[in-house]
Design a protein around this ligand. Structure first.
Ligand SMILES: [Zn+2]
Ligand SMILES: [Zn+2]
Length: 373
């Protein structure tokens, strides 16, 4: 019996080690390049712990964020919903932030004080971040709650406007109350991505009302389980393009709409920051002709965590691809372009199909490729 079991266990151990090695090689940390003039900060501003309806202690959220390579997080407990109250009868709604705030120095992670204003629709749920005291926001009238958060200097965004429990057709739509909040400048952003959902209606609402595009995990359990990290998944986040790596600069980037929601390989945001990010992700390497051939070989690299799914919009066709070209994350491909004659330089133009700057609108980007003689 023993002789059968030992090789089995050894094999099992070997497989586990191999799986860890595999995960390590590809990296769990979410990585995107900086763009010219800006840092690309990785942020998750919608997270729960046992101090509302989450299942873990606040410090675990910090450790998860560090593992994911995030730059900033916010623990956003429901103000009005505390199902673990019998076990954790803490009346101070700032408590989860208080527990972790000093870890910001230990881990070089920005921890932004926040909360979730939790109401029926309308207005539904909203996160207020960059606040000072959650307890003061605990008032009956929902508009008054927004006003108090704003008095504290909050940046406020509408959470999961597509939540089926509040909008059964899954389509985000503005109500008169939302229009009032926007008019009073009490609403700054909207979740286009929440947990495992993407809302193109929310993206349109953002564009129509100059709201910031947000993507968040809204994690309640473990990030590893919900987003299948061991299988190569990632939590949804907001990439914010900032001048400095500081809370003040982060705030400025959010208000300037320099954000991209990243979810399930999809990148969604306003056109300009989205194109800046994509331009920095795709790096054109050496281009050469072989002998007298007019088929040029170009090295294309992807420096980001999202694959780049490209559709050819150039006048040239390819020698080994149809019109679709995918560059995996942190990898490169060799593209053979039939330019008809040997050129000194030429344009490559692609639509990036896994990126959207409006519902079903994909950025069209061009690269000037200079041929090495
Ligand atoms: Zn919510
Ligand atoms: Zn939530």
């Amino acid at each position: 019996m023993r002789s059968i079991f030992i090789p089995f266990l050894t094999l099992l151990t070997f497989n586990v080690l191999m799986a860890q090695e595999h995960a390590h090689n590809h990296g769990r940390k979410i990585e995107f390049p900086d763009v010219p003039g800006y840092h690309t900060l990785k942020c998750d501003f919608h997270i729960h712990t046992v101090f509302s309806d989450g299942n873990v202690w606040p410090t675990i959220r910090v450790e998860e964020a560090v593992k994911d390579g995030l730059d900033a997080i916010s623990l956003t407990e429901h103000i009005e919903y505390q199902p673990h109250k019998q076990d954790i009868p803490h009346p101070d709604r700032n408590r989860s932030y208080e527990i972790v705030k000093d870890l910001a120095n230990v881990y070089d992670l920005m921890i932004i004080h926040g909360t979730e204003i939790t109401r029926d629709m309308p207005p539904g749920h909203s996160n207020a971040i960059f606040i000072k005291d959650v307890n003061a926001i605990k008032v009956d009238d929902p508009v008054e709650a927004f006003r108090e958060a704003k008095r504290q200097g909050a940046f406020i965004f509408w959470n999961h406007p597509n939540w089926i429990r509040q909008v059964p057709d899954g389509k985000a739509k503005l109500t008169d109350l939302h229009r009032q909040l926007i008019r009073e400048k009490l609403l700054d952003g909207i979740e286009v991505v929440n947990d495992i959902t993407y809302s193109q209606e929310a993206l349109q609402i953002a564009l129509d009302n100059q709201l910031t595009v947000m993507g968040t995990s809204d994690i309640h359990g473990l990030v590893d389980w919900q987003f299948q990290i061991p299988q190569g998944g990632h939590r949804p986040i907001t990439l914010v393009l900032t001048e400095e790596r500081t809370p003040e600069s982060l705030r400025e980037g959010l208000e300037a709409h320099r954000t991209i929601a990243y979810f399930n390989d999809l990148l969604a945001g306003y056109q300009e920051p989205l194109e800046m990010l994509l331009k920095s992700c795709l790096v054109v390497g050496k281009a050469t002709y072989e002998g007298a051939s007019s088929v040029v070989e170009v090295q294309l690299s992807n420096e980001g965590d999202a694959p780049l799914i490209l559709q050819n919009k150039s006048p040239f066709s390819f020698h080994a691809h149809a019109d679709l070209v995918t560059i995996p994350p942190h990898d490169s491909i060799k593209l053979e372009v039939k330019t008809g004659q040997q050129l000194r330089d030429f344009e490559l133009t692609f639509a990036v199909l896994n990126a959207v700057y409006a519902p079903d609108k994909h950025p069209l980007l061009s690269w000037n490729v200079v041929v090495t003689p």
